[in-house]
Design a protein around this ligand. Structure first.
Ligand code: DHE
Length: 519
């Protein structure tokens, strides 16, 4: 029963709640007033990036509040501390981490976003520069959202241009190395001409994208997306939309895409899915083999007419027990070695038979996308760094045994080598030793050298020149640098100031699918 005293307490509590509610900042109104013009009324991004939990994932909420208060150097983002109180800034920071319903981003939105900067007829027939077109590097500078095209012989920038915000993942090249394609976390894909040093086309394929791949014939681009969970296939020439595939599993469950790669010898794209235990193979051949659709290929009942996906771009589903979200192909592209984000083991999936054929012991979250292969004592091995452990695993690619785990200074992101060097370089990006790269001798599997380009400052991501003579390293800081080392003597050859250079990608090494780099 409610006593007069309880009623009084309840009344006071309600009054207090009403007062707090009244006094609490109105985050949506603040957003409309201060943020919507650049970040979009729906938070999907306009001139500024999208402000959604999926896109902000790597930015901690406290850091977001600091940016709202103080602005972001080298960007249009000014600070609001002079106009907004601490509670208002906190309310805005909270708002941008609130999920929104899955946005509609289909063929219409993609087509409407398309920008043609230069028609094919406006592109020059020959390079407008004297550099070796196959020894160029695309260097992504995430500090101020720029890209530098670097002459890989003279180590001099040929062209520096503004990019979309937050480029992520490797640059992809057309098979002849003439065009480079880049993707941003906000779903913008862009194409640039390395002969004319000019932009060609852009389109926004999603609100949040994982990565892109280009077909071996250079005609098709595919983007794997998180928001909405789709695969978008574009004509790589003019970015017109060829197909949008909703990513759903057997039971209609939607899945985010983890990564998509080109399997050139198979004439297909291979897609890893984060939320359902399936790998998809999508053929881009002119006359693809029809693929059975439906829940299970039921031999007893047979497949009725019409139960085949005849393409273009038919989806072949390979069903697994565990999902895979980072993977690596063997050189034949018949097998992929995959790992799930939290599992302690990897699985080898044979793409020809369409099932798991072996398991690999890979604790410590292997970063298989960064793996490399090389010959060791007459056998082919895979070497992969780990995101949660200071170790590099060396796996025999014949019997899938882990033959060695090399202890490193700390967990790292990237590993690189080249056919013409006996060394592989790794970083310790995610550890206190992040200013130092370690060098592994591929002949002994021992660490033989440490390289510290700038004491106390993050060093990461190596890429070699086309001949393997020089290794280019990032000092991964806002006022960072690209440091060129002689790959045999480890002497510094040149240092170029750059704004937080992240990945760098050599045209020749990528288009020849060098065993020492990512593809
Ligand atoms: Fe990456 C490549 C996934 C965080 C910089 N990263 C990739 C690829 C994948 C991936 C699947 C391969 C795509 C390709 O090349 O086509 N990255 C992930 C993650 O899941 C993770 C851990 C969390 C996330 O935020 O998505 C992650 N990555 C980061 C970073 O925090 C890094 C260091 C800084 C940044 O720019 O975001 C980062 N990732 C990179 C780079 C590559 C990359 C530079 C290209 C490597 C290459 O040499 O090919």
């Amino acid at each position: 029963m409610r006593s007069p005293r309880n009623s009084a307490i309840l009344g006071a509590a309600l009054a207090l709640a009403a007062f707090v509610a009244e006094a609490a900042p109105d985050a949506p109104a603040l957003y409309r007033e201060h943020c919507a013009a650049c970040h979009g009324a729906d938070r999907l991004g306009e001139t500024g990036p999208a402000l959604l939990p999926e896109n902000l994932g790597r930015l901690k909420p406290e850091a977001a509040a600091q940016i709202i208060a103080g602005g972001r150097p080298a960007s249009q983002m000014t600070g609001f501390a002079d106009r907004l109180g601490t509670d208002e800034i906190a309310a805005l920071a909270k708002l941008i981490y609130t999920p929104i319903p899955v946005p509609e981003w289909g063929e219409k939105q993609i087509a409407e976003s398309r920008i043609i900067h230069n028609e094919a007829t406006a592109l020059p027939r020959r390079p407008v520069h004297a550099a070796d077109p196959l020894n160029l590097f695309t260097v992504v500078e995430i500090g101020d959202h720029h890209v530098t095209i670097l002459d890989g012989d003279r180590f001099e920038p040929l062209w520096r241009f503004p990019s979309r915000i937050a480029l992520h993942g490797g640059a992809k090249y057309s098979p002849d190395g003439r065009f480079v394609y880049l993707a941003s976390r906000d779903g913008w894909v862009a194409k640039y001409d390395l002969y004319g040093l000019m932009p060609v086309a852009e389109a926004r394929v999603a609100v949040n994208t994982r990565n892109i791949a280009i077909s071996a014939d250079g005609r098709t681009l595919i983007a794997g997306n998180v928001l909405p969970p789709t695969l978008v296939i574009l004509d790589a020439g003019d970015f017109s939309v060829r197909k949008v595939i909703a990513v759903t599993g057997d039971k209609g469950v939607a899945s985010r895409v983890s990564a998509v790669y080109n399997a050139a010898p198979r004439q297909s794209f291979i897609v890893a899915l984060r939320d359902i235990p399936e790998i998809w193979e999508i053929s881009y051949a002119d006359n693809p083999r029809p693929v059975p659709v439906g829940l299970i290929h039921n031999h007893e009942e047979g497949l009725k007419e019409g139960a085949f996906d005849r393409g273009p771009f038919p989806v072949r589903r390979i069903r697994l027990e565990e999902s895979i979200d980072d993977f690596f192909f063997d050189p034949s592209y018949a097998n992929l070695i995959g790992a799930s984000r939290d599992g302690g083991r990897g699985q080898v999936v044979n793409l020809n038979v369409g099932r798991k054929i072996a398991e690999v012991a890979l604790p410590g979250m292997p970063h298989l996308g960064s793996g490399i292969t090389f010959e060791y004592e007459g056998r082919l091995v895979l070497a992969t760094p780990h995101l949660k452990e200071g170790a590099v695993s060396i796996v025999d690619m014949k019997d899938w045994r882990t033959i060695k785990r090399i202890a490193t200074a700390g967990p790292g992101f990237f590993m690189r080598s080249h056919e013409n060097t006996p060394y592989a370089w790794i970083d310790s990006f995610l550890s206190p030793a992040k200013d130092t790269l370690q060098v592994i001798d591929k002949r002994t599997l021992e660490i033989v050298r440490a390289v510290t380009p700038a004491p106390g400052r993050t060093a990461a991501h190596v890429e070699f020149t086309r001949d393997g003579r020089y290794a280019l390293v990032s000092v991964w800081e806002d006022d960072g640098a690209l440091v060129v080392y002689d790959a045999a003597t480890f002497e510094e050859v040149k240092r170029l100031a750059m704004r937080k250079p992240s990945g760098k990608y050599n045209v020749h090494n990528k288009i020849t699918r060098s065993a020492g780099t990512s593809h």
